[in-house]
Design a protein around this ligand. Structure first.
Ligand code: XMP
Length: 319
């Protein structure tokens, strides 16, 4: 629509005025906010922008390849892609406390981001996809189980440490406006309509100890679950949907043999801002069909349960 087009033009001018001929670095998470910020800034200043994407190994199926393809190949944006999965997995080995997981991931992310950002010689600005609700909420890395949406992308302390000024073009926008702006910038509907994804990624959907093999099982099951949701046309009615791999094994039967595999919990909620949420009222047919598909298609899972907890008292994520 024309108002968004005009607004886009104003924002591009504001970015040019702020940045001049300086270099900007931007942490890309693959989520909607940082992606829209990056594409907007790229329209304003082109090659003066370099994006840094840190693959923590806690991403969903195919996600890192999609981010690389979209930004480097399609938009031709300077992109540093760091595969840090081994580093993250190593540091998380043996850790099952949710708060420790979050601290390790947040701290390691900042260290790697700083290391990579330094390679972009002479950067003066750090771009972030901060939205209006993030500005008015307090943001912290260690804010208990209900950490605010931006804790991961908020590279806390880094601007001062590296002497960078912040560029936050989305500071006055709400999520739906960011989505509209993304469409105006030519980002695909499927992309701008994506469910939120937490910074610590699959690590907080894998209660207990995180191992590569448990992450792989979770990634596969999550992909089947999301495929079911898309096939049934439910994706856009749901605020967020994901699978959680429980650290519990149960007995089952498959053919004529006994199995002893993990339990997978499915979560889906409706919400307007993530602060409160209701569980999504799937039909029993949908739940039954999805459970059958997951158990048949994913090795390592032999039981599926559905989480019917609202927020409060539950949180959306399990950790
Ligand atoms: P909870 O689980 O607190 O989640 O009800 C509310 C919303 O925030 C997301 N979330 C996070 N996002 N870093 C993020 O970027 C985090 O550490 C984090 N923890 C939760 C969650 O996915 C939901 O949308």
């Amino acid at each position: 629509d024309w108002t968004m087009a005009a607004f886009k033009g104003e924002m591009i001018q504001a970015i040019k005025d702020q940045v001049g001929d300086g270099k900007v670095i931007c942490g890309l998470s693959g989520g909607v906010d940082s992606s829209v910020a990056a594409v907007l800034i790229h329209e304003a200043i082109g090659d003066q922008l370099t994006c840094v994407y840190v693959d923590t190994g806690m991403m969903r199926m195919g996600e890192s390849a999609q981010v690389t393809a979209l930004f480097r190949d399609h938009y031709d944006i300077n992109l540093i892609h760091v595969d840090a999965s081994d580093e993250f997995l190593g540091l998380l080995a043996g850790v099952s406390d949710p708060e420790r997981k979050r601290k390790i991931i947040g701290g390691t992310f900042i260290d790697i981001f700083e290391r990579e950002a330094k390679k972009v010689g002479g950067a003066k600005f750090l771009a972030q996809g901060t939205l209006y609700p993030d500005v008015i909420e307090s943001v912290s890395f260690d804010g208990g189980p209900s950490v605010t949406i931006k804790s991961h992308h908020n590279v806390g302390g880094l601007p001062e440490r590296m002497d960078l000024k912040l560029v936050e073009p989305l500071r006055e926008l709400f999520k739906d406006e960011v989505r509209a702006l993304g469409r105006e910038l030519g980002l695909h509907d499927d992309f701008v309509g994506r469910h939120p994804f937490p910074g610590p990624g699959l690590a907080i959907r894998c209660p207990g100890e995180i191992t590569k093999s448990r992450l792989d099982i979770l990634r596969e099951a999550d992909a089947v679950y999301l495929d079911q949701i898309r096939k049934h046309g439910l994706y856009d009615d749901i605020w967020q949907a994901f699978a959680v791999l429980l650290p519990v094994q149960t007995v089952g039967v498959m053919g004529d043999s006994r199995t002893y595999d993990f339990v997978l919990a499915l979560r889906a909620v409706t919400s307007t801002d993530g602060m409160t949420a209701d569980y999504y009222p799937y039909s029993h047919e949908f739940l039954g069909e999805t459970a059958t598909r997951i158990i048949n298609e994913v090795r390592g899972v032999n039981r599926v349960v559905y989480d019917v907890t609202s927020k409060p008292p539950g949180t959306i994520e399990w950790e």
